[in-house]
Design a protein around this ligand. Structure first.
Ligand code: CP
Length: 307
């Protein structure tokens, strides 16, 4: 079955049924990555362009691996090695990419809304791989897949998201996604890193880490997004680590089957202690594994059959 939607731009645009459909498809496709020959011919003859205006390790690599495992032809462009460095606009770049007739364009851009604009300009399917502080839908989908795989459900779970919520597209997409799927989301972090009005997305604001993680089924820790901060919003990393960093000490008394997640990249010793990132509750690398399956599912559902 192919998705009715042309693009994957944010979680808001996906219904509960569509999210379940994507998670189910990813679960089915995950096994391909464990085979000795990790490739199926499903997307033979399809062309996918990966267009990254911002640095990325996990998202870019897993989109590229996902496309290759489905036998699509892939091309990668980055801002520094494309004609953007010579002053070409996103609109002109989009028109030129469209002229080469790709089937899908995966885009990461520092400006919120850039993938939405691209989607209006091209016939190809557009997948948002992260736009500014706005959305990172494939990250939220892989996070939901990881939690559902471990807990067997999403509805009724308590998800604590800790850290720099204001500057995090991952937080925004996860709040919308988990709330949509019936989970309770509680946020904690320095008040300067919690955006005003975030409750309208359906999350509760707790501020204190201990309060937020008490009884949580999932603790999601976020990096401080220094590259998006306009001004210093906390006194020092040492102080941040003391007050908001997830340490073994702060984990005393949490649920014994709690999951600890982080979208990466992690700053060891700041938002998460190394022994917690690598400890028994951590599913951080399983999130990365599921990232390939989710991105395979998105390509498969967008490009695989007759719309
Ligand atoms: N989670 C995430 O977006 O990581 P990258 O920036 O490495 O892609």
């Amino acid at each position: 079955m192919r998705l009715a939607e042309k693009d994957i731009l944010d979680i808001e645009s996906l219904s509960v049924e569509r999210i379940k459909n994507i998670l189910d498809t990813a679960e089915g496709l995950k096994e391909i990555s464990t085979r000795p020959i990790k490739k199926v011919p499903t997307l033979r003859g399809k062309t996918i362009i990966h267009f990254f205006y911002e640095p990325s390790t996990r998202t870019r690599t897993s989109f590229e691996i996902a496309a290759k495992r489905l036998s699509a032809d892939t091309v990668s462009i980055s801002a520094s090695t494309s004609s953007i460095a010579k002053g070409e606009t996103l609109v002109d770049t989009a028109k030129n990419l469209e002229a080469m007739n790709p089937d899908a364009i995966v885009i990461r851009h520092r400006a919120a809304g850039a993938p939405h604009m691209l989607a209006r300009l091209v016939r190809a399917s557009v997948i948002n791989a992260g736009d500014g502080m706005h959305a990172h839908p494939s990250q939220a989908l892989l996070d939901m897949m990881t939690v559902r795989e471990k807990k067997g459900r999403l509805a009724g779970l308590k998800i604590a998201i800790i850290g720099d919520i204001t500057h995090s597209r991952v937080a925004r997409s996860n709040i919308v996604g988990f709330v949509k799927m019936g989970a309770e989301v509680i946020l904690a972090g320095p008040p300067t890193m919690i955006p005003m009005g975030v409750e309208t997305l359906g999350a509760r604001v707790g501020y204190h880490v201990q309060e937020a993680i008490k009884d949580a089924d999932v603790i999601m820790v976020l990096r401080i997004q220094k590259e998006r901060q306009q001004a210093l919003v906390f006194p020092s990393e040492r102080e941040y680590a003391q007050c908001y960093g997830l340490t073994e000490e702060k984990l005393a008394g949490v649920k014994e089957d709690v999951l600890i997640m982080h979208p990466g990249p992690i700053n060891r010793g700041v938002e998460i202690a190394p022994e917690v990132a690598e400890g028994p509750y951590s599913v951080i690398l399983e999130q990365v594994t599921n990232g390939v399956a989710i991105r395979m599912a998105l390509f498969y559902l967008l490009l695989g059959g007759a719309r």
